[in-house]
Design a protein around this ligand. Structure first.
Ligand code: GLU
Length: 293
């Protein structure tokens, strides 16, 4: 009897070249490598450089150097988000056709003022899981004629997802399989806590959320392995996958590497940077050992 061939698992490490890699990135890359090896899967590298205002070529060069030094090998060609803007535009147009996108014009200052006014009434303004205040409803409620007028005048804006409307189109509970270091099993996604997320800006044609789900689908990624700091973002990713009819990978959010101050490492933390550790004569084996491999 002919048995259907089992599809190979596909893993990816997806750094953003907006800073140098640190131990947290090494943990992500090495966990991806280990899981890919264990499952006989493929290992891809994706350069998440869609936000060209923050990404720099020298950071990308250093990422390649650090990963090679750590002994990580990836398939080529490497996908670079900045070379695939049309893919994200297409996804955005589909969401637009569903009536789920609106132009958001409020400046940072205006948002701040709305928050202050809202909180003056005694109730705290709702915040997303990263602690950022949710976007006020002003632009979503703006009459069509006013919206058209502002657009005609070329007013700077972002494109946001109308979260409530998007959720109204989803008929079944959104869930995902999680195998990482935090909550495990079938997780119920709760995208509403993020409010009307940004999907596109004038200086970055696609947001992280949109490009990551489009790329994972286009690259056939079956396992998303990344830090626990992105656990809650998965709720937004599940919603976008549902709206765009994309397959759902298995998720594995691993523990974070914390600095001496007990906080998440940042890209500017020199001493835990891979390049700095290399310069200080640590070996790739030291790094693996330090991270528990
Ligand atoms: N590019 C993201 C970062 O560097 C990771 C995205 C992901 O793994 O989904 O934080």
């Amino acid at each position: 009897m002919h048995s259907p061939s089992r599809q190979k698992a596909v893993f990816r490490f997806a750094p953003s070249p907006n800073g140098f890699l640190h131990l947290g990135h090494a943990l992500s890359a090495l966990t991806n490598q280990k899981m890919a090896q264990e499952q006989g899967g493929r290992l891809l590298l994706r350069i998440e450089d869609i936000d060209q205002t923050r990404c720099r070529a020298e950071f990308e060069d250093e990422i390649f150097r650090d990963l090679a030094w750590l002994g990580l090998e990836f398939e080529s060609p490497v996908r670079r988000q900045s070379q695939h803007v049309a893919d994200y535009q297409e996804a955005l147009s589909r969401l637009e056709a569903l009536g789920l996108i609106y132009p958001a014009f409020l400046t940072r200052g205006e948002v701040k003022a709305r928050l202050a006014a809202g909180e003056a009434s005694g109730k705290p303004w709702p915040r997303d899981p990263d602690g950022a205040p949710l976007y006020p409803p002003d632009d979503r409620l703006r009459p069509a004629s006013q919206r058209a007028h502002l657009l005609k005048n070329g007013l700077r804006h972002t494109l946001r997802l109308d979260m409530q409307k998007a959720l109204s189109l989803v008929k079944e509970p959104l869930t995902f399989q999680e195998t990482g270091d935090g909550e495990k099993g079938e997780i119920t996604a709760d995208p509403s806590v993020w409010g009307d997320v940004v999907l596109s800006r004038s200086d970055a044609p696609s947001s992280y959320h949109l490009s990551v789900v489009v790329d994972d689908a286009l690259q056939g990624v079956t396992h998303v392995v990344r830090g626990l700091d992105l656990f809650h973002a998965t709720s937004v990713h599940r919603l976008l996958q549902q709206l765009l009819d994309l397959p759902v990978p298995v998720y594995h959010h691993h523990r974070l590497v914390l600095g001496a101050d007990g906080r998440k490492l940042s890209k500017s933390q020199g001493s835990t940077g891979i390049a700095a550790l290399r310069a200080a004569d640590h070996s790739p084996a030291d790094i693996r050992h330090l991270l528990g491999f």
